[in-house]
Design a protein around this ligand. Structure first.
Ligand code: V47
Length: 455
């Protein structure tokens, strides 16, 4: 690699080291810089500054209580209209049955679903009370801010009251779904019926104000541009500065099977708008086919391909053949870069999480070198990503999670939902239990001290 395309980390490092924040322009630079590994190394450096070499994972169980949804977002393959033969709503008994089927040592039940008019605030209050009574130690992470707004609208109670009532019934925290992309124009195209980005942020603020921590997500790799992603990150950072209520950020790569949005995306435009700056291109060998190939971010460092050296004259290049749905969505390098840029821009978020269900185990493992410090989770059952083509399975056992983390020479730490460390795993044979699991802490430096130096 020549110095011309190597990322110079210094300006970014000195800002972040001194507690500063990267600007919009710097975020764009990092997104567009051809040195993907350099951006990843910078994110890994910053992640180590914040989280040492710990990688968190939790033992949880997901439940999707209904697939009925009035929003009908075009990227969603999970929803069904009420009355559709595949539409379902789980009864309280069914929820409790699923909750019984939890992995050993499970500490969290994660419950999200569609917006169904027949599932009232009372249904959720009863659900949470019953879950708490049957499983007193389980943390209930449930209902996106979009679902909270929906409950407010069908119950007539203000959002604050809905949150307070659910909290009183046992709700512990909110997951980060429904954020999609905050930009109103993109939102109008992919989820016109959903609450606006500003409203999503308002309700997250209200949740933080009533003492509920939340996560945040970003759905990327569909029709949005890099500018929209950066705007999304900056809005989250700004709210985090105000409330400190976000726990983790989870970038969600768009999955394209069985949804309407895919048919509106031109697959030849994939990785659009992530093109390296012009001057970096000049150092690449001249290639005849460049002008007619679709823009691709990995062009600056093209993978070795036999057909590239002497491109055969191919008519089908000018009008590319229709590609499988599977080709739509962000590339592996785009996903890794998005984790890395998120880690660097969201400097006031402690945790960047990879949802391995959506990216596969191997990329999830690689992401641990690109700024990710948290893997979700054991999961057990998942329907939203799977209906859109996720093929990574639905369950990982804790041992597999440990293996993924150890494979990149980092230290696995089993956490609870609020990031208290329950168990540190140092070395293959030795299972270090932090304070016997009794005195929980989520202070990384304290963990370091307890473990005798840097973990
Ligand atoms: O809100 C829907 C997204 C979310 C697709 O908070 C899709 O810890 C990709 O939010 N392709 C639900 N994404 C999942 C979610 C989540 C997952 C794991 C952990 C946490 C957390 C939150 O999935 C939805 C939507 O943004 N989604 N359809 C799709 N086709």
């Amino acid at each position: 690699m020549t110095s011309k395309i190597r990322l110079e980390p210094e300006p970014y490092q000195s800002i972040l080291e001194s507690g500063g924040e990267l600007s919009q322009q710097q975020a764009m630079e990092l997104y567009l810089h051809p040195d993907l590994h350099g951006v990843g190394a910078l994110a890994d450096w910053f992640n180590r500054l914040k989280n040492k070499d710990l990688v968190f994972f939790n033992i949880n169980r997901h439940i999707n209580h209904t697939n009925i949804c009035i929003n009908k977002c075009s990227f969603c393959s999970f929803f069904r209209e009420s009355g559709h033969p595949d539409a379902y709503e789980l009864s309280l008994d069914q929820i409790l049955q699923k909750a019984k089927d939890m992995p050993d040592d499970c500490t969290e039940v994660h419950i999200v679903g569609g917006l169904s008019s027949s599932l009232t605030l009372t249904y959720f209050e009863e659900m949470f009370r019953a879950l708490r009574s049957n499983h007193p130690d389980i943390h209930i992470q449930a209902l996106t801010v979009v679902e909270i707004e929906h409950l407010s609208s069908i119950s007539g109670f203000p959002v604050q009251e809905v949150l307070a009532r659910l909290k009183a019934a046992g709700l512990g925290s909110l997951p980060g779904g429904g954020a999609e992309i905050f930009d109103p124009e993109i939102r109008a195209q992919i989820c016109p019926a959903k609450i606006s980005g500003d409203r999503w942020l308002d309700i997250a603020r209200l949740a933080h104000q009533v003492g509920l921590r939340t996560n945040a997500t970003m759905l990327f790799g569909h029709i949005e541009k890099i500018e929209h992603r950066v705007d999304h990150l900056l809005k989250l950072r700004s709210l985090q500065n105000e409330t400190g209520g976000f726990q983790s950020f989870i970038p969600l790569p768009y999955l394209s099977e069985n949804n309407r949005l895919a048919s509106t995306i031109d697959p030849t435009g994939q990785d659009r708008s992530i093109t390296p700056p012009r001057q970096d291109r000049a150092i690449l060998p001249p290639r005849q086919d460049r002008a007619i190939l679709p823009p691709r971010q990995d062009r600056a460092i093209p993978p070795p391909r036999q057909d590239r050296a002497i491109p055969p004259p191919r008519q089908d290049r000018a009008i590319p053949p229709p590609r499988q749905d599977k080709a739509i969505g962000p590339s592996g390098s785009d996903i890794l870069r998005t984790y890395a840029v998120s880690r660097l821009v969201l400097s006031n978020f402690q945790h960047i999480k990879a949802f391995w269900i959506m990216i596969g185990k191997k990329l999830a493992q690689t992401s641990l070198l690109y700024g990710v410090n948290d893997l979700d989770g054991t999961v057990r059952e998942e329907n939203i990503a799977h209906s859109a083509g996720a093929s990574a399975g639905s369950e990982l056992c804790a041992d597999e999670l440990l293996e993924l983390v150890r494979g990149v020479n980092k230290t696995p730490a089993q956490r609870d939902t609020l990031y208290n460390i329950l168990k540190l795993y140092e070395g293959k044979q030795c299972e270090g239990k932090l304070n016997g699991g009794k005195n929980k802490t989520n202070d990384i430096d304290e963990v370091s001290e307890i473990m005798g130096g840097d973990p």
